[in-house]
Design a protein around this ligand. Sequence first.
Ligand SMILES: Nc1ncnc2c1ncn2[C@@H]1O[C@H](COP(=O)(O)OP(=O)(O)OP(=O)(O)O)[C@@H](O)[C@H]1O
Ligand SMILES: [Mg+2]
Length: 345
Amino acid sequence: MRRIVVSLLKGGVAKSVTAVHLAHGLALAGYRILLVDTDVQSQCSDMLGVRPERGLAEVINGWAEPFEALLKARDNLWLLAGGTALAGVKREISRRDLAPEAVLAETVRTYEGHFDVLILDTAPGWDALLVNALYCSREILSPVSMEPMALTGLLRFEERLEVLQKYNPDLKLKWVLPTFVDGRVKKSAEIMVQLDAHYGDRLAPPIKYSVKLSEGPAFGKTIFEHDPKGPGAEGYQQLVERVLRDAPPASVVRPMAARTEAPAVGPQEPAPPLAAAAEASLSLRGKTLESLKERLTLAQEPPTEAVQARAVPAPAVPSADSTGLRIKGRPYEKLRERLTKYGRT
Ligand SMILES: Nc1ncnc2c1ncn2[C@@H]1O[C@H](COP(=O)(O)OP(=O)(O)OP(=O)(O)O)[C@@H](O)[C@H]1O
Ligand SMILES: [Mg+2]
């Protein structure tokens, strides 16, 4: 089971929208998906138009059986809902003496082998549940809206990740996803250039600003249902393809055809091992974006986990600069070309 966490410390950057659409897009592609909402706001339920009676808090507290608490939200897509009861869970986790960071990992382990991909939606801000979500994940997808504060938030998030990676060395920032991209706005163009320069290959195809995407939750529909031919659906479809293409090799992912309907309890996977203490802290505090980029490039390692795409190869995916995005009336690739020429990328 791949474990993808959608996270950034900043609020309102489209974390929940991204988690829900990645989950539904992968489910539509035939994968069995478990979407876990770790936020008290329980936005995933609203966005999918469902009202679960139980969720993550009930499972962690032992008030519901792990599989009973799942709600089938769509074909191939199960939801373990968030909700206000998670506030109590956070307090409980913080009081634990033993391995407080591994509470969610224990829950997730129960589902290992029953789903192809686990997707975790997270709340903004750094708290006990976010640490748990990161501790039990392997791939991070960080949506970044087109604001300088979101970019700063990403850098701060990476600083904190370094500490956690000492305990979960499999955890990697795999994708930075530009959201709310509007080619008519100068600020969008500037942030896109910065992201492109500093995250390069890890930059996922951008999601454009879309009124249809913002109104979808009011109908309890995803964009694939609400406006399947529009730019929002196209953007998230490209993200789905990118995530499938970037799967580490030798997967435990199985195609849908080989599966039966209801998940049943099966063999469990051991918890991720605690790493030996890292040698030196790589604190990025106070560093420039340039040195950060250098650092991040050096820090890239080949994937350690055995996860693959399904037997059918994923369709070719356009890169971030070939999605028809226009900045100040110019195609994005032109702008990028010019910046490269003048040594700014
Ligand atoms: N591409 C987009 N275009 C227009 N509106 C969008 C887009 N993506 C998300 N939105 C809207 O922006 C708002 C914030 O999105 P979302 O709730 O996913 O953010 P979030 O990062 O999960 O927020 P929080 O930090 O509060 O959990 C929502 O109203 C959503 O419908
Ligand atoms: Mg959210």
